[in-house]
Design a protein around this ligand. Structure first.
Ligand SMILES: [Zn+2]
Length: 290
């Protein structure tokens, strides 16, 4: 079994060490992904969570087994997600205690249980202490995936019990911004003609294609954070993100992010640009529910 991080762009070093640990079956039982809102900690934790419940014998997550499908739908019985980024009160002590008792019950259908605790910088000290009791005596077949803006927000005792991976922000710049804004607008247009029109020049210019994809990633990310009630200004034109957030659901926006990450990886692997642009357009429209 191998870890499939194709949908996560950038951060090659972190990806390498996660993949190595996974492939050699020495993946830590508690991981903390540390990084700012733009670094993609939530996206990566989602991929790792899926991999943990994936039933494929080859690449995990495979995206198509019952485990992956339930995980993507948010209905996997062995996966618990608490989102402290969008709700700072997501981790009351009682809830953490419930996790503690639940973690010792065997998984229903996945190889392991997964607890995704996002935005733990918002976890109170009593809740952190309750969590520490589980991390000190980790039950078998349980994976804790924590994300935080900074590991410094956690008690040193927690930090010493988790393996910390620091994600770097992608650097925005301005190249490809205008094109990205046009593509994002075309994604929500009634027909597909606009999208095909504004992506056509990318077929002939791979370097430009990479830049536009990087900008699109930031734009979709801003829109997803906005949609969830947060603030994020990674993309240079806040009005583009606001417009997207008003037209699409958070789920649509997360799918657009995934689609863009996939295209970035495919382009890095030298995929045929013409085929990639076509597939990318179709993928974007589908992700946007068009
Ligand atoms: Zn799978």
């Amino acid at each position: 079994m191998r870890l499939n991080l194709d949908e996560f762009p950038g951060n090659p070093e972190v990806k390498k060490s996660l993949s190595l640990a996974f492939d050699e079956e020495r993946f830590p039982h508690a991981v903390l992904l540390e990084g700012s809102a733009g670094s993609g900690t939530g996206l990566l934790s989602g991929i790792l969570a899926k991999a943990a419940v994936c039933l494929s014998n080859d690449l995990q997550p495979c995206g198509c087994c019952p485990g992956c499908i339930k995980a993507a739908a948010g209905s996997h019985p062995d996966m618990v997600t608490l989102d402290g980024d969008s709700n700072p009160k997501a981790f009351p002590v009682d809830t953490v205690r419930q996790i503690r008792s639940g973690a010792y019950i065997r998984p229903n259908e996945a190889p392991r249980k997964v607890y995704r605790l996002q935005g733990v910088q918002n976890m109170s000290e009593p809740s952190q202490n309750a969590l520490l009791k589980i991390l000190e005596e980790p039950p078998e077949n349980v994976l804790f995936l924590l994300t935080a803006v900074s590991a410094a927000a956690l008690l040193p005792t927690i930090r010493s019990r988790v393996q910390i991976f620091t994600l770097k922000d992608s650097e925005p710049g301005t190249e490809g911004r205008e094109e990205a804004a046009a593509i994002a607008q075309a994604v929500t247009a009634p027909g597909e003609a606009e999208l095909l029109f504004c992506t056509a020049p990318l077929i002939r210019d791979r370097v430009q294609f990479q830049k536009v994809l990087a900008q699109l990633f930031l734009l979709f990310r801003d829109a997803a954070v906005l949609r969830a009630g947060g603030t994020s200004h990674l993309f240079g034109e806040p009005e583009s993100a606001a417009s997207l957030a008003s037209k699409l659901t958070r789920k649509n926006l997360m799918l657009l992010l995934e689609e863009t990450g996939r295209a970035q990886n495919a382009l890095e692997r030298n995929a045929n640009a013409a085929l990639l642009v076509t597939a990318f357009c179709a993928g974007l429209r589908q992700a946007a529910g068009k």
